[in-house]
Unconditional design. Structure first.
Length: 156
């Protein structure tokens, strides 16, 4: 079953939900800039790898669908999956959603399309004057909720 689609449009990945899932997720579309993607994989076991905290219905068993935004130990994540067999997991740095998990028709093709676009974007920025391709280490450092560089109380 297809829960949505991912496509590369320009310098971003656009995630579009289909059918009744748009109503439950309270959005029809989500965009992720290519430069902020740290990892993209076909992950049928995404439920086990991305923790969503207290907002979950029952266990992570088979047949449980998950739609919408969830907050967990790793930050915010956005989900639109059923069984998860064709789930695409996108891990982002410096964006509102740390993880975007979407079930698509052909996960392997979608992952390859996004990876090719990331490589092309990295090559394009590497050719620019004095720039280097973005890496996950170049993303903004997450130091708590405040987001600035001063240490919080209790940090060394």
């Amino acid at each position: 079953m297809t829960w949505g689609e991912c496509s590369v449009e320009g310098a971003q990945v656009v995630v579009r939900l289909r059918g009744w899932r748009r109503v439950l997720a309270l959005r029809t579309e989500l965009t992720v800039p290519l430069h902020s993607i740290a990892r993209v994989d076909h992950d049928p076991l995404a439920r086990a790898h991305v923790r969503t905290g207290l907002r979950q219905w029952g266990s992570h068993g088979h047949g449980v669908w998950r739609i919408g935004a969830y907050h967990g130990l790793d930050g915010w994540s956005f989900w639109s999956i059923g069984l998860g067999r064709n789930a695409v997991l996108i891990e982002c740095l410096g964006e509102r959603f740390r993880y975007v998990v979407i079930e698509v028709a052909d996960a392997r093709q979608t992952v390859e399309e996004i990876r090719v676009a990331i490589r092309k974007a990295a090559e394009g920025t590497a050719r620019g004057p004095g720039t280097s391709p973005p890496t996950p280490a170049d993303g903004p450092e997450r130091r708590g909720r405040r987001g600035h560089d001063e240490p919080t109380m209790g940090e060394d």
